[in-house]
Write a new protein. Structure first.
Length: 139
């Protein structure tokens, strides 16, 4: 387990232009393409995280291909088994806490997004969690 963690950290921190990509392509039969890219911005482990979704409408033949920026300037670090966790905390003044976690599961990597806002009414946290993609493979 220590060996895997060291390799993942080395893969992410090896160069200032390193990109780690996790993807799943189920087109054209069963679904869509999901591609999560974590692109390192500088030597301080900050990164831009994007999620690309592409699909083909089998009935209409239309192609949809979108890329969403999940976070910019996120602090990223390697976790066990080739996974990565990226965080950006702008609470309580400038925005939410955003956490992207990519973990290795028995069916491949799973990417999750957690966003925590500070309620202006109660001062408590409002937590939103979603799954970005499952069954991903690391490229």
């Amino acid at each position: 387990m220590k060996f895997t963690l060291i390799l993942a950290l080395a893969a992410f921190s090896a160069s200032s232009f390193a990109t780690v990509t996790y993807s799943r392509d189920a087109r054209p039969v069963d679904g869509d393409l999901k591609e999560l890219k974590i692109t390192k911005e500088n030597s301080r482990h900050q990164a831009t995280v994007t999620l690309r979704t592409a699909l083909v409408d089998r009935l209409g033949g239309n192609v949809s291909d979108t890329t969403e920026v999940i976070g910019i300037g996120m602090d990223c670090k390697a976790i066990a088994q080739g996974g990565i966790i990226c965080t950006d905390d702008r609470r309580p003044v400038d925005g939410p806490l955003t956490v992207i976690t990519v973990k290795n599961t028995r069916i491949g990597y799973e990417a999750k997004l957690k966003t925590v806002y500070v309620s202006r009414m109660s001062g408590g946290d409002i937590v939103k969690e979603s799954t970005l993609a499952v069954g991903l493979k690391k490229k």
